[in-house]
Ligand binder design. Structure first.
Ligand code: TXA
Ligand code: MG
Length: 314
């Protein structure tokens, strides 16, 4: 399949309206979208990224009013969270509307909804006119794509259209909260921190008792080909051949690393992480040393991704 590249949200909207697959930018990471109401189109999404069919997709909405098209019930907690954080990097799990095809939710009776804040994503969703089911725009198991070039690296000729735009400002995927439970349960940390969620709804549980409710946790994620090594003390590292470093502290022998990225803030560390993993793979780096940080605020999400990447890498 030939992939068309465009910066016009309306042209991308035409493709998705025809049941085709479109990669589009958001503020978290790039998404790989299909019409959520068209089960054949959604099936192609799983195929394009080699995603297990039991790992459900997030439904992207252009406005709050669309939530009732895909969810059968919106709890008071969900209303509070939507008022506080939509549009933005938050995904909420709700009971699924029966008109939404099963395949979107990987067979679960729930649906994940999110309203992105990025203006180009919102323009695209208005051009599409229907809810858009979209996972991150990467091959399954690879780091999420935070630029259109990285999405193209994985999905060129596997999708019909790539709507190109700016690099994702946040760089880590949305926070996922299950509002079918009381208190709501954090399924995936993201830029909307546990502390900010708790300010709005009081208590948030981090204890996922029902593992079947969180299929995403079963799969390997975020792994570059290189081995990931987490480090807490950056003053005494061995610089092996073909190794790289990323963190917020300047490591010893900074000039000897084949690649070295010292971020000026935790936000910049998050923003750069997945792109750095991909750059390291392009340069055939064999080990990436990642500085551990305190798991608070967005640091919680960063440590979650680093730990999963370390677990998935050999
Ligand atoms: O920032 C993001 O969330 C990006 C952009 C494109 O919106 N999307 C994204 O999608 O990261 P994906 O598919 O890579 O991750 C979605 C996560 C997965 O862990 C999936 O298992 C979980 O959300 N999820 C989706 N629907 C669910 C449901 N009904 N119940 C529980 N978890 C669900
Ligand atoms: Mg993903």
């Amino acid at each position: 399949m030939k992939t068309v590249y465009t910066h016009d949200p309306h042209q991308a909207g035409d493709y998705i309206s025809e049941g085709k697959l479109v990669v589009f930018p958001t503020e978290t990471v790039y998404g790989l979208g299909a019409n959520a109401l068209n089960s054949q189109a959604v099936e192609q999404v799983y195929h394009a990224k080699n995603r297990p069919p039991s790992n459900p997709l997030i439904v992207h909405l252009r406005e709050l009013a669309d939530a009732s098209r895909v969810a059968s019930e919106i709890s008071p907690h969900a209303h509070l969270l939507m008022d506080a954080f939509f549009p933005g990097p938050l995904t909420i799990i709700l009971p699924r509307h029966r008109s939404l095809p099963d395949i979107v939710s990987g067979g679960l009776d729930t649906v994940a909804i999110r309203m992105p804040a990025s203006s180009i994503a919102i323009e695209f969703l208005w051009a599409a006119k229907f809810p858009v089911a979209a996972p991150s725009a990467n091959l399954s198991g690879r780091p999420s794509a935070t630029s259109w070039q990285s999405a193209a690296e994985d999905l060129n000729q596997r999708v019909h259209c790539i709507l190109y735009g700016p690099a994702a400002t946040i760089g880590l995927e949305s926070t996922v909260v299950d509002c079918t439970e009381n208190p709501p349960v954090l399924l995936r940390p993201g830029a909307i921190s546990l502390e900010s969620l708790a300010c709005v709804v009081g208590t948030i549980s981090t204890n996922v008792l029902n593992k079947n409710r969180s299929p995403g946790m079963r799969y390997h994620h975020y792994a570059p080909h290189a081995k990931i090594v987490l480090v807490s003390d950056t003053s005494n590292l061995d610089v092996l051949p073909r190794s790289a470093y990323i963190g917020i502290s300047t490591p010893n022998h900074a000039s000897k690393w084949m690649k070295c990225f010292v971020a000026t803030s935790i936000e910049e560390y998050c923003h750069h992480l997945f792109e750095f993993f991909r750059e390291c793979d392009r340069s055939k780096i064999s080990q990436i040393h990642c500085e551990e940080i305190e798991p608070v605020g967005i640091g919680h999400a960063l440590m979650d991704r680093l730990k999963r990447a370390a677990k998935s890498s050999k």
